[in-house]
Design a protein around this ligand. Structure first.
Ligand code: HEM
Length: 451
């Protein structure tokens, strides 16, 4: 029996539903109905299950902020990500999530994140040197370059650079794992029981085995060593629940390290790669951003104190993430009924917030497909609903690393644009969703010294 047919036994599969499933397996972005780009809210029944897409910022706010307590992440997050991330901050729910979030918050306070800037700039400079060593005219797959830079940064800042991880191998494993998650998404749409086999269930876990193994060994070594370095491992080793005094065991710590390593580098790297591709197609915008870097640095190297002053570059990255949000769809499940925009949401209704559609919504953006960083000028931002742009989500489950990501992205872009001219080749590849928004083919670009 083919895998889809095996899974299909658990849903009443008829024409439209089967089409949705096939599209979800091919690319969940294609499974989004076209109305999501113009309607405020879209209730549907798919596979006998109520599914509601929410796009209007006021309704997204109501769902994710005001009524956050009536939703959880449910199966559609646990199933694809649980095998890799276990019960780390991204996948945990309820009390387990709450105490982890409290315990981990200090490492992401703005003052602390600012301390990471020298390491971010160093990694950016290593990335620029790698690119400048490429023979002229030879195309590079930009998403691989940015993955390497952000992985470098996350290992340096969160693990004091000590993990001894083969970056290429870990990044390839994460990519392989994420590709397999589409099957888990379909299994959860069908509400197939946990024991039902589907491609990737075991292979997925094996794919991240190398990374988990290295991190587990690192945690054990640091526990034995007993010296503090003030990094994420120390924080996790020292974390305790203020109410119960509970501490994390090695497995929980490893779950969180894998979570931070994965969530913390892939997303930023994709946002950067798509932004560089856009810049490679809009040389006038790239020149203006490079001119800002020159003006702020006075022509010298980019220093930590320069980064906060690169306003236009920040707008460029925001516009890149508007068009290509690294996390393009959020999923929730109703655990307590309520009404949203006139739609009665019953228990177990699946809620999707297609960030990709919010960011390209016809009623929220003028010429939504156009790359125009000027949209993020402060006066225009102030005139829009705060959640018309929501790359980091909203409410209590808001990305804990948003400030970190913005800082490292602007730092990396500044160093790269100061030294390098980027050109994109051919038409841009279509984006594909494997939890994150990846290019369906490499983002080939050529680089040349800016001179
Ligand atoms: C441009 C880069 C990034 C984007 C677009 C992004 C996006 C997101 C989004 C949308 C969520 C919410 C998911 C949901 O509500 O279901 C999230 C959660 C999370 N992100 Fe990020 N993220 C980025 C960078 C980072 C970085 C750098 C880190 C860590 C260093 C990180 C760690 C996390 C964690 C741990 C969570 C779970 C938070 C919780 O549930 O309490 N992310 N991210």
């Amino acid at each position: 029996m083919r895998p889809l047919e095996g899974l299909a036994q658990f849903g009443a599969l008829a024409g439209q539903s089967l089409r949705v499933l096939r599209a979800t397996l091919r690319n969940p972005l294609e499974a989004l109905p076209p109305e999501v780009y113009r309607e405020p809210i879209l209730p549907r029944r798919v596979l006998g299950r109520e599914i509601v897409h929410v796009m209007a910022p006021e309704l997204v706010h109501q769902a994710l902020v005001t009524e956050a307590g009536r939703l959880d992440k449910g199966d559609s997050v646990r199933r694809p990500l649980g095998p890799a991330l276990g019960e780390g901050l991204l996948t945990a729910e309820g009390a387990e999530w709450r105490w982890q979030r409290r315990a981990l918050a200090p490492i992401f306070r703005p003052a602390q994140v600012q301390n990471f800037l020298p390491a971010m700039l160093e990694a950016a400079r290593r990335g620029a040197a790698r690119l400048l060593a490429v023979p002229p005219g030879q195309p590079v797959a930009m998403e691989q370059e940015t993955m390497r830079a952000t992985f470098d940064i996350i290992v340096e800042t969160m693990l004091s650079g000590s993990a001894n991880i083969d970056v290429e191998r870990a990044a390839a494993d994460i990519g392989a794992y994420l590709r397999l998650t589409r099957w888990a998404t379909v299994a959860s749409l069908l509400r197939a029981p946990d024991w039902v086999p589907y491609p990737g269930r075991r292979r997925g876990r094996r794919a991240v085995g190398y990374l988990r193994g290295r991190l587990m060994a690192q945690v054990a070594a640091r526990r034995a060593e007993g010296t503090a370095r003030g990094d994420l491992i120390d924080l996790l080793l020292g974390a305790s629940d203020p109410e119960t005094g509970q501490r994390m065991d090695d497995r929980q710590i490893t779950d969180n390290l894998v979570t931070f390593l994965t969530a913390g580098h892939e997303t930023t790297a994709l946002g950067l790669a798509w932004t560089l591709d856009l810049l490679g197609r809009h040389p006038e915008i790239a020149s203006r951003a490079a001119a800002e870097v020159d003006a702020v640095t006075g022509g010298g190297p980019v220093l930590p104190e320069h980064v906060a002053r690169l306003d236009y570059l920040r707008q460029v990255f925001q516009e890149g993430m508007r068009l290509y949000p690294p996390v393009p769809i959020l999923a929730r499940r109703v655990v307590e009924p309520f009404t949203l925009g006139g739609v009665a949401l019953r228990e177990d209704t699946a809620i999707f917030i297609p960030i990709h559609a919010v960011h390209r919504h016809e009623t929220l953006w003028e010429a939504p497909q156009l790359f125009d960083p000027g949209r993020f000028r402060p006066e225009l931002v102030a005139a829009r609903h705060r959640l018309a742009f929501m790359p980091f989500g909203a409410g209590p489950r808001l990305c804990i690393g948003g400030g970190f990501a913005m800082l490292e992205a602007v730092a990396i872009l500044a160093v790269l644009l100061r030294e390098i001219r980027f050109t994109s080749a051919g038409t841009p590849p279509a984006p594909r969703v494997d939890i994150t928004l990846r290019p369906s083919a490499p983002l080939w670009m050529t680089v040349a010294p800016r001179g």
